[in-house]
Write a protein that binds this ligand. Structure first.
Ligand code: HSE
Length: 432
């Protein structure tokens, strides 16, 4: 068997650099322990002259993708361009040319994973994407190997390093949202367009991939009820801290009977829950299996070398299978064949912060309205009233017992019509 594994890489951004460096650091150890001499022989890049702070021989660069896809010596193509297109088409072309493919591209796998994995099976090559979910954490491989003996009832993740970094810095050091976002970009955690991070789209892509592996259900990311962190204010963070919670952007999916509920939304997580202590760019995935019970995976979900570690792990995994009779891969295999009925966000406790006129009877009006919708109030807090535009107003905070999110939205729409309601400032899920 040929133990010299030649790899072609599409793109050399943050993750590409991390993959290259992780291989430089550990090439000899990998050779010693696996027998594979892995080499990145060609890199697709339009700007080879750019200084990346890493020494890559200039003759490895090409501007023509055909130099990689049509090179018979290259057996593995690593796609690190990001975005849905042209990345999907490049991966498909590589597969059609008999190459196995490794990618860190959550957007492309969430959108086109079914197409790409079927194409890979048809061409008897392998498709792996461990780095697409939770960076350096080997969650997909674990779910599809060591944990295959389990059925899972729930999965919760902190799947976006940028937003977790922002929320941690706001909460621990009182830092300003915009300032911390710039920091996250400088550290290389954020996507090229950080809207995908802060609006929860990146986490929804990752949750969609997890749902297909854990529950075998095909929920496209745009169908996942998704809310980002842009509305989270210092007031919400302060309330959470006073009340024994931390605010996290949680990506959750639950199987309840024959129904599947899921969401990506800022959530108040009790401090005693292990997810509450996952800080900064770290990610975590918490699962509950019917045999293994509770498990939490923790590690760096973003960043050059940690994500490069996952890419390299996939390359080694494929190298181990190349040349074997069974090219068919079950690890990790996307599945979309579940009978679960998709039921949106489902029910949860909620925190609601609103601004109202400071007048007698206002609290009663709002709680009566909640009563009409059969929404039960667990706790109320009123902050010291203040003057706003010549009127005395007060902030009211409600913790509501478990309620369906769409019913709550109707109730809050009604509350907004009251002349005494100035604004609904935030609605945040509260985890038990
Ligand atoms: N922008 C992503 C994050 C990178 O912040 O988690 C890893 O997918």
């Amino acid at each position: 068997m040929n133990n010299h594994i030649k790899v072609g890489m599409l793109g050399i951004g943050n993750i590409g650099k991390g993959t290259y460096q992780a291989l430089e650091m550990n090439h000899d150890k990998i050779l010693e322990t696996t027998g594979f001499d892995i080499e990145i022989v060609k890199i697709l890049n339009r700007h080879p002259e750019k200084d990346r702070g890493i020494d890559i021989p200039k003759d490895k660069y090409t501007k023509d993708i055909k130099d990689i896809i049509e090179d018979p010596e290259i057996s593995i193509v690593v796609e690190l361009i990001g975005g849905i297109e042209p990345a999907t088409e490049y991966m498909a072309e590589a597969i059609r040319h008999g190459k196995s493919v490794v990618t860190a591209n959550k957007a492309a796998i969430a959108a086109n994973g079914k197409f790409l994995s079927e194409l890979a099976q048809e061409h008897q090559v392998l498709l792996r994407f461990e780095a697409a979910v939770a960076g350096g954490i080997p969650i997909l491989t674990s779910l599809t190997t060591a944990l295959l003996s389990n059925s899972f009832s729930e999965v919760h993740g902190i799947l976006n390093g940028t937003t977790n970094f922002i929320l941690t810095q706001m909460s621990e050091f009182g830092k300003d949202y915009g300032e911390v976002l710039k920091d996250a970009q400088a550290k290389g955690f954020a996507e090229a367009d950080p809207t995908a991070d802060v609006e929860g789209i990146d986490a929804a892509n990752k949750l969609s991939i997890l749902i297909s592996l854990v529950f075998g259900a095909g929920i496209r990311p745009e169908k996942i009820p998704t809310q980002g962190i842009t509305a989270v204010c210092p007031e919400d963070i302060a309330f959470a801290k006073e009340s024994g919670y931390r605010i996290k952007l949680l990506a959750s999916a639950r199987e309840q009977g024959d129904k599947l509920t899921c969401s990506v939304e800022p959530s108040m997580v009790p401090v005693k829950h292990p997810l509450a202590s996952v800080n900064n760019e770290f990610n975590a995935v918490y699962v509950k299996g019917n045999a293994v019970d509770e498990l939490m995976f923790y590690g760096r979900g973003a960043g050059s070398l940690p994500t490069g570690s996952a890419v390299l792990g996939d390359i080694i995994g494929i190298a181990r299978k190349l040349g074997k009779d069974s090219a068919y891969d079950i690890v990790p295999q996307l599945r979309y064949d579940s009978d679960l009925e998709f039921r949106g966000v489902g029910e949860s406790k909620y925190y609601v912060r609103m601004t109202v006129a400071d007048k007698p009877g206002v609290l009663g009006r709002i709680t009566t309205m909640f009563g009409h919708y059969d929404i039960s109030v667990e706790a109320i807090q009123q902050k010291t009233p203040y003057e706003c535009d010549g009127e005395r107003v007060a902030t009211l905070i409600f913790i509501l017992f478990s309620v369906d999110k769409s019913l709550l939205t109707h109730a809050l729409d009604e509350a907004l019509k009251f002349d005494v309601t100035k604004s609904i400032d935030n609605v945040i899920r509260v985890e038990e």
